[in-house]
Design a protein around this ligand. Sequence first.
Ligand SMILES: [Zn+2]
Length: 253
Amino acid sequence: MAPDPDAVAHRYIHVVESRVWAHDRIADDSWTRHFLGHLDGHAYWGIDVPRHDDPSDGAALDLFSFFGRATEDEWLIAGRAVQLVDWARTHRFCGRCGTATESARGERAMKCPACGHTAFPRLAPAMITLVTRGEPGPDQEALLARGVQFRAPMFSCLAGFVEPGETLEGAVVREVREEVGVAVHNVRYLGSQPWPFPHSLMLGFRADWHSGDIVCDPNEILEANWYRKDSLPPIPPGISIARKLIDHWLGEN
Ligand SMILES: [Zn+2]
């Protein structure tokens, strides 16, 4: 991916630690920049603001706060900026031989000039699933859980990272069993969402309850229950794919 030479306007997502500050000028020309893509006629750049610098004078926002202040497209590109800058910051040395890495030519990678080891941007696939029980209709129930790490008292879908050597569908079945003790089947893919906290890709699924009662893993889940559409607990805000999965279910007959 390369910038269009005809792009007349540029926009710079300055990454201050893990916060973002978008501006039409780069605050310091000497800072490392990463091309992010084009949006609305602008070439977008992620700017690696050195530690202890803050060209925004405190105005930079974390990505949660930036959501809602930017369009969804600009929020996604800001998430890309944070992920690429963080990746470059944490891959300055070769993981095999310890030599300082260099940006590779022609591809998004950090390459070791000594041994040739190449590191690509990190992306951690995670699955998230809404489990339902019963026939479609008003009596169908969804399994929603309150995770131990939730910031707010809300109930959401089950989620977890995919392990090496595992299929996405296998991860859905395993995570649901581990977190709440129930067996599921008929796993269907519904959609995805980049989740730059810090570098996940959320893959959204729907699954049907097969057997078993809810038994929560206390290390992961504070509480989980079956809920009908007309008696939902507090659910996540619109920023998350969890909400989209729940809204999709609510929209079914
Ligand atoms: Zn090396």
